[in-house]
Design a protein around this ligand. Structure first.
Ligand code: MG
Length: 289
């Protein structure tokens, strides 16, 4: 099932996308302005899909918004989770904090408020705020049934599904403050979508993640090459912290970010970044002045 959220007729609706990918069915979900959040919570409680709430619409007639336009709370994000990406940062200011083979994952958060839709503009910050804007193509895990201290062996039972995010990053701000949250959370810095594919239709543990800048393929990785796999990330994030239905874990980015080039290739106003995940779909965002 693909769970989507869209704007139509002056309101935000939540529902499902048909198997053919062309038709949206609005469902009677409370607070549709929260996207499919309440739907995820209902399914996590074992409730059936709610009734249809209006006419079906062609996908082409609506504006998709993020499936979770305002997530429950900050997103959990994983830093440097692909070996080739860790290697490309070995020559940068981040070399000091590269994870060891058997170390713990790097986990930071990205404010919920910076989520924007799958085709919305990302706003370039003022130059005094940052001059090193970068992209990160990522698979995001959406938690279904909640829990605390979830063991790896049962972690996949807690996955509702997956979505695509671009973990847009202000590198100079990340470095300046040591903690990454500020540099990861500028307004509009988390394009998400185009929908959530449920875990019965996609195994996020092995799919292809690609990213393009202005049509040039920059990132091309497989999630099976993660240093810390999805069950380990769920185990890690739930250690002492209750995960709730609708929580999001962005799983890290493959090699090919702008910072990894010599010299670095920072984004500039007018650039268009596309992120696509096999079995899921693509998001595409213009970086606007
Ligand atoms: Mg990232």
């Amino acid at each position: 099932m693909r769970m989507a959220s869209w704007r139509w007729g002056g309101a935000v609706h939540a529902g499902t996308l048909s198997a053919c990918g062309r038709e949206l069915t609005p469902l009677a979900v409370p607070q549709p302005e929260r996207g499919v959040l309440r739907l995820i919570q209902m399914l996590a409680r074992g409730e059936p899909l709610p009734r249809e709430a209006g006419p079906r619409l062609p996908l082409s007639a609506v504006e998709l918004v993020a499936p979770l336009p305002r997530p429950l709370r900050s997103l959990f994000c994983v830093g440097r989770n692909y070996r080739a990406h860790a290697a490309e940062l070995a020559g940068t200011v981040f070399r000091e904090s590269l994870p060891k083979e058997d170390a713990w994952p790097i986990v930071f958060t990205k404010f919920a408020d910076c989520v924007v839709g799958p085709f919305d503009d990302v706003r370039m910050p003022a130059r005094q705020a940052s001059v090193q804007i970068d992209y990160e193509s990522e698979l995001a895990v959406v938690i279904g049934r909640g829990g605390i201290d979830i063991p790896r062996s049962r972690a996949m039972d807690h996955v509702c599904g997956y979505t695509v995010v671009n973990d847009v990053s202000a590198r100079d701000v990340q470095v300046r403050h040591q903690q990454w949250d500020l540099g990861k959370s500028f307004d509009t810095f988390c394009p998400m979508g185009p929908w959530i594919v449920t875990a019965d239709e996609l195994d996020g543990r092995d799919t292809r993640v690609r990213g393009w800048v202005n049509g040039e393929l920059r990132q091309d990785g497989r999630t099976k090459d993660m240093i810390f796999d999805i069950p380990t990330l769920i185990e890690t994030c739930s250690r002492g912290i209750t995960l709730h239905p609708g929580d999001v874990i962005a799983t890290g980015t493959p090699a090919g970010v702008g910072m990894g080039f010599t010299p670095p290739r920072w984004l500039k106003a007018g650039d268009v970044v596309k992120v696509e995940i096999d079995g899921l779909g693509a998001i595409e965002n213009r970086f606007a002045a």
